[in-house]
Write a protein that binds this ligand. Sequence first.
Ligand SMILES: [Zn+2]
Length: 361
Amino acid sequence: MRKLTLSLLAAAALLCACTQQKAAFPVYVWQGINEKTNMDELQQQMHFWKSQGVVGVCLENSDPAIVAEASARAHAEGLEYHAWIPCMLRADKPHEWYAVNRLGQSADEYPAYVSYYKALDPANPNVHKLLVDQMVEIAMLPNVDYVQLDYIRYPDVILSRGLWDKYGLVMDEEYAPADYCYCDDCVATFKELTGIDIKAVEDPSKVAEWAQFRCDQVTSLVNDICAAVHAKGGKVSADVFPGPHSHAVWMVRQEWDKWDVDMFFPMNYNDFYLQPAEWVGEVTKEEVNSVPDKPVISGLFICREWKRKVELEDPEQSGLIPAEMATAVKGAREAGAAGICLFTPGSMTPEHWHALAAALK
Ligand SMILES: [Zn+2]
């Protein structure tokens, strides 16, 4: 009897493996929308994406009326809807809510790298309340499947290798103007917890507890958002840096293997790290192993101007060319990803779609 059960189980497992092999590999897309977006045209785009294997859309907008309409259109096309919301970059909040860097400068007055890097302090209770309330409101819209947390992190204390030339920086150590947060509250809380006065330390980047403290602030914020959204029956996804331990933790303090989110979208943008397409599979493997019980959707950066990629020095204009699609997609799939996400479908040329279709077969 036991033997029979075992062989039945083995047969079922085999059948299951075959079915899984034949099942489609899900594709998602990231795209921005705004008040000028024509919703009929957006729905036509969605219809086309669906014909290309897309199962879900992540659309950037925080206006509940726009999200309500776009998500209804997505559901009409049979697509999952992730309401992609930038979290920590805000331009219009009270001065005290912004993070303070190691030089004592507030991010609203002295943003690092670019003028829009006005980063809030994730440890600030007002920031917690703002984000929890906003995410619950959007998660409760009838056609929103997930709220998607983006920019849920500190600014890059170390930029990805591919961006050093763009900003004229050599970042072989933590960059003080982008090292947050040294506001009075964070400094006092850390001293209470560890006895260390971080402002009196010559090189704070050498203090492991201080790095961990900042990771914990982001984790605590994320898990507060998750608890509130889950309590209302909603779901949370998150756009994260690769890793987490190979990159996200030390670049932007995202220890995302401790987060209670339901689906991860790591931005595995190989050109940002001066890596070939093969790297997508390697880093996806780390990610899948880091959150074994959660779906990992491997984010791919697409090069629109791919015919002149060799001339493109800025990684933010670079990305995968059609000939690299198969390597990236198969690498992600074999590493155990639950799908891929394209940044952006607008950068996908006909040659890219063709290469994607071939890779998905
Ligand atoms: Zn602070």
